[in-house]
Design a protein around this ligand. Structure first.
Ligand code: 3HC
Length: 694
């Protein structure tokens, strides 16, 4: 028997136990171990039933994702599951933790399932650009019905053991010790002379479905799944479950699974699975670095950003103090928070009681001295170095020893801010993304003197408030904005060259971005970008840089908030305006910018993406980002790049770095060296046939 799967019989019951930390993934030795254990069980005349149980923190959490993309090795999971299911003696799954993906498929290959109340079950393959290809798409509709199975597989969201019980996916909930409870349950089954119940023998209940069901389902999911490859393949699998005999439908599932596996989408989404986890690791900060206790937090500035930041802590049950400069501003800030929560209650996503609890732990103050007992202070005033330095000077005076002093700056030099205190080791950047209570990204900016403790505590705190934290170094714009700037630059440059802004946005949207660059600029505020430009001291020496935005700001067109920017706004809908086209034309004449007679969609994407990729390569070389996948995480979580592109650096790998360089050389010939000289790292990797993701 293998080390990761053990077989032990006690009287009539065989306990087959999986122990493959950290999450009992179905790596090759586990599949081999299961095959061997269930063969032994079949041949063990004393054994009348088997219980499949897992050691450690969870049941089997799925196939081993690190094996994907490599040549498959026998035994395949579907084979193992069919072998289990075919057994003449009963097999019971005893589930704790998460039974996900291949793990849940393995549980569905068992004849009965019991679970602890906290267990979760689901088929999240869609989040990896895949489908449940070890018979899951065929078994789940048989088990819980077509509509529920589709909902579970298209969302990828796990469901609770009690839902499982209600829907027929779980036969018994075990309170107390799982092994004991599973044993009792199995003994009951033996006493009742229960037979193996094989899901594959059951029919899919298709009676409830009208002839338009699948097309209506497709229409219903279209908005949420826009651009993704796997969801449609999942629907096709379930259609096959309804219309084909089990065996043929399983073959179809296998084909569609392989299509997903080979797709660039799945490669990108799997890359992000690991990237989202890698960014929490900081090489030079040891795992056992002591963490500071954060019991009370202060947020300075009660504007939209400050309010959103405060809500994050309140949502995690941490008391927050909001500091403003006068009563009116404070009242307004607290009111915005309350109305944000109210909106969530109205949508039914929070109870009024929860709202009261959260609002109840947010208090307002006007005096810095009232922040002296806070363990973490987040400054969230507008981007102005002089003001931030003044505030940090005050914080140095009043904050208790060991308090973490964080600045929510989106561009400014943390070292300069830290220098206005006598404790630069306690100073760190916490760059939230708007709306701060919704967006999952948090850029943590490490100053030259930021201590390991402050970094480790910030990382841990980010997890507590459910953010994905990426640690970055100091430079203007850090990682996110620094790569966002060339993206905006190219979008506006193309407007100057006569490309309609709505076309640029449409092409970017169809490529997968949540919004086009011009819409995003209008949403952020053209005045905000203009302010950034004025603070950006070493910006490129280029009068055309963001020139459209600057001109529009002069006309009072600040973006969505003034109902006019690059577009006009009827509500939130962007409407093109001839005024902007005319203005772009006259600016182009003034700046001597040639009009392009024709621009392909391909060029639009290349200029938007490759300009970012090049900046990303520079960022990597300068050590501002720790790894290329961190840049991907930033852009996907903070700027609306779809997960199926994997982030800008992963996208560069998909295109091929030599193709990226070749395209850049083409633009370099047209526009000169300033923006289109390939970064040395990019050039070197392209020449070596390498990639960013290694
Ligand atoms: N394969 C390989 N490694 C995995 C893994 C998997 N399925 N699931 C988790 N890991 C690794 C993580 O990368 C991480 O490694 P690290 O410590 O080196 O960074 C470690 O296990 C712990 O994972 P988490 O940090 O995510 O631990 P949590 O406790 O926060 O979460 C979890 C546990 C909910 C199980 C979460 O890890 C998870 O969601 N895992 C993926 C589940 C999944 O997608 N399963 C489906 C796989 S595809 C499949 O089964 C195809 C089949 O249909 C054929």
């Amino acid at each position: 028997m293998s080390e990761v799967v053990t077989y032990k019989r006690e009287d009539q019951i065989a306990y087959i136990s999986v122990n493959n930390p950290p999450v009992n993934a179905l790596s090759l030795p586990v599949r081999q171990g299961l095959e061997a254990a269930f063969t032994k069980f079949a041949n063990d005349n004393e054994a009348k039933a088997a219980i499949l149980i897992c050691e450690g923190r969870t049941w089997i959490a799925g196939a081993d994702i690190t094996e994907f993309g490599k040549p498959p090795e026998d035994p395949w999971l579907p084979k193992v599951i069919h072998q289990m299911e075919a057994n003449e003696k009963i097999i019971v799954a005893a589930i704790h933790g998460t039974a996900l993906g291949g793990g849940f498929e393995t549980a569905m290959g068992c004849h009965y399932r019991c679970a602890v109340p906290s267990a979760k079950l689901g088929l999240p393959e869609v989040t990896l650009g895949l489908l449940a290809g070890a018979t899951g798409t065929q078994r789940l509709p048989r088990l819980i019905g077509v509509k529920r199975a589709l909902d579970a597989m298209i969302s990828g969201a796990p469901f609770s053991a009690s839902n499982g019980l209600e829907w027929g996916a779980v036969d018994e909930i075990v309170d107390g010790d799982l092994r004991d409870g599973a044993t009792q349950f199995t003994k009951k089954l033996l006493a009742a002379n229960a037979k193996p119940r094989r899901i594959s023998d059951e029919e899919v209940d298709g009676l409830e479905l009208n002839e338009h069901f699948f097309n209506e389902y497709r229409n219903g999911m279209a908005k949420k799944t826009r651009g993704f490859f796997a969801p449609e393949q999942i629907v096709k699998c379930v259609e096959a479950a309804v219309s084909l005999p089990y065996k043929e439908a399983v073959e179809r599932e296998g084909e569609l699974f392989m299509e997903c596996m080979m797709s660039s989408h799945s490669v990108a989404q799997r890359h992000l699975f690991f990237a989202d986890r890698a960014c929490a690791k900081v090489d030079d900060v040891p795992k056992d670095t002591p963490l500071r206790d954060i019991k009370k937090v202060a947020v300075i500035g009660g504007g939209t950003m400050g309010g959103g930041i405060a809500m994050n802590f309140a949502n995690a049950g941490i008391p927050v103090v909001l500091k403003e400069i006068n009563q009116e501003a404070l009242d307004r800030g607290l009111e915005i928070i309350r109305s944000n929560y109210n909106a969530t209650v109205t949508k039914g996503r929070m109870s009024a009681e929860q709202m009261d609890q959260r609002v109840g732990i947010i208090s307002g103050v006007l005096d810095y001295d009232d922040l002296s007992d806070c363990d973490l202070i987040v400054e969230a005033v507008f981007e102005n170095m002089a003001l931030k330095k003044e505030i940090f000077g005050e914080l140095d005076r009043i904050a208790k020893p060991g308090a973490i002093l964080a600045s929510n700056t989106s561009t400014l030099d943390i070292d300069e801010i830290a220098a206005s205190t006598n404790r630069p080791e306690d100073v760190i950047g916490w760059h939230f993304f708007a709306p701060a209570n919704v967006m999952t990204l948090l850029e943590l900016v490490r100053g030259a003197k930021t201590s390991h403790e402050v970094i480790a505590t910030s990382m841990a705190m980010a997890k507590t408030i459910k953010k994905i934290a990426v640690l970055v170094g100091v430079c203007f714009g850090f990682v996110g904005n620094r790569i966002f700037f060339p993206y905006v630059r190219e979008a506006q440059q193309m407007i100057l060259e006569g490309v309609p802004p709505e076309r640029i946005d449409q092409v970017a949207f169809e490529w997968g971005m949540a919004m086009g660059p011009n819409g995003v600029s209008d949403l952020s505020g053209l005045d905000v970008l203009d302010k950034v430009k004025s603070e950006w001291l070493d910006r490129p020496d280029d009068p055309a840089l963001w020139a459209v935005g600057t001109k529009l700001v002069e006309l009072g067109r600040l973006g969505q908030k003034t109902k006019a920017g690059i577009f006009n706004y009827a509500g939130r809908t962007a409407v093109p305006d001839q005024v902007v086209a005319d203005l772009a034309k006259s600016e182009a004449t003034r700046l001597g910018i040639q009009q392009l007679s024709e621009v392909s969609d391909e060029e639009i994407i290349e200029r938007l993406m490759f300009s970012m990729i090049n900046e990303g390569a520079l960022i990597l070389e300068e050590g501002i980002a720790m790894r290329s996948s961190d840049i991907d995480v930033v852009f996907v979580h903070g700027y609306g790049m779809p997960r199926y592109r994997g982030g800008p650096m992963r996208y560069a790998d998909t295109v091929g770095l030599s193709n990226v360089v070749a395209a850049m050389e083409k633009y370099r010939e047209r526009y000169g060296d300033m923006y289109w000289t390939p970064a040395p790292l990019l050039k070197r990797l392209a020449e070596e046939g390498g990639s960013f993701s290694g």
